[in-house]
Write a protein that binds this ligand. Sequence first.
Ligand code: S3P
Length: 158
Amino acid sequence: MAKVLLGFMGSGKSTIARGLDPDFVDMDAMLEERLGMSIARFFEEKGEAAFRQVESEVLDDLLKTDQVVSTGGGVVISLRNRVLLKQNADNIYLKAGFETLYQRISADKDNQRPLFLKNSKEDLAAIFKERQAWYEEVASKVIDVSKLSPEEIIEELR
Ligand code: S3P
């Protein structure tokens, strides 16, 4: 069964996945390979709906494996994805409050997420609020990452 890291942008999914298994699969990186361009550019050229379609296809493939997977924060938007995750993966939700996440997302100049660029802080907070219930619904384990170091989180998940 795949071990899947879930959570909003900036929650540290890739860092924790790497700590659990250096051979983890980064869904965003895999998507960029499949799309043949950056996620930001794909959003601009084809739109979010087209991105979500490919994201679901990649998820389907990964759920047939036993790998550690770091997902993109929007993977839980789709009901179908949520059902598939619940049935086929061990799901860990890396939980943190919006202000903590917003600071991290804004400070991350190497990864300028399209949803950050095109939404006001208020709109992003609304997206966060809507998704929280979905992360909780899918998770078999919830871990509050705001007060723990990556090493402590990895230790707890081992
Ligand atoms: C998204 C999160 C991103 C990436 C895309 C959409 C989202 O991944 O998949 O920009 O909808 O929250 P990270 O959560 O790894 O930043």
